[in-house]
Ligand binder design. Structure first.
Ligand code: 5GP
Length: 203
């Protein structure tokens, strides 16, 4: 009888996309329809938006604390995005991957590029899949950013320009998912994870 295939290492699911594309909403929905995924919670120096909770959406920390964590090597990768700093927790990710878990990460294009490099260089013992979430159109993205109402107009315009620049790098990703509806976008990501899990078994 053939030996049962065993997943040797975990799977990193890296999700990027322009600000306002609805990443967090889609990821939240994904966790509802796909039990058993692990979410990586980043640390940031950004101030919380209304409704955001420490330890749930992010660990909201001071610049001093962030710098200290960088020095201590606590971040797998970190980057400055829209004027604030964001860092991915190294220990959590390495532990979960070591257990063969599927870990979902929401990072910007710089973070995704770093993670891709670590995996390719073998510094991170994992399989990884890179997913870029896009809005159905730039007009819809502008509308969503304005609707958020938590940032002033300059910030919205800046983020919109950054979003258009980010869209240029999307061909570096394995999959591009259009966020037309939260339900279908999260279903598409679920399907991608299932396929990638099967592929990992063969590694
Ligand atoms: P927001 O402030 O809207 O929550 O996030 C701004 C950007 O930072 C998003 O593109 C988000 O994916 C990215 N981001 C969040 N956490 C991290 C992280 O740990 N590392 C990197 N490189 N980007 C992050």
């Amino acid at each position: 009888m053939p030996k049962k295939a065993k997943r040797k290492r975990g799977l990193l699911v890296v999700i990027s996309g322009p600000s306002g594309v609805g990443k967090s909403t889609v990821v939240r929905r994904l966790f509802k329809i796909y039990p058993g995924l692990e979410m990586s919670i980043s640390s940031t120096t950004r101030t919380p938006r209304p409704g955001e909770e420490h330890g749930h959406h992010y660990f909201f920390i001071t610049q001093e604390e962030f710098d200290l964590r960088v020095k201590q090597g606590q971040f797998l990768e970190w980057a400055k995005v829209h004027g604030s700093y964001y860092g991915t927790p190294r220990k959590f990710i390495e532990e979960e991957l070591g257990k063969g878990e599927v870990v979902v990460l929401e990072v910007d294009v710089q973070g995704a590029a770093s993670i891709k490099r670590f995996v390719e260089e073998g510094k991170l013992k994992a399989s990884a899949v890179f997913i870029f979430l896009i809005p159905p159109s730039v007009d819809i993205l502008a509308f969503r950013l304005k609707k958020r109402k938590t940032e002033d107009e300059d910030v919205v315009n800046y983020r919109l320009r950054a979003a258009i620049a980010e869209l240029q790098v999307m061909e570096k990703y394995d999959y591009i998912v259009v966020n037309d509806k939260v339900e279908s976008a999260s279903e598409k990501i679920k399907a991608i994870i299932n396929v990638e899990k099967e592929r990992t078994l063969l590694n």
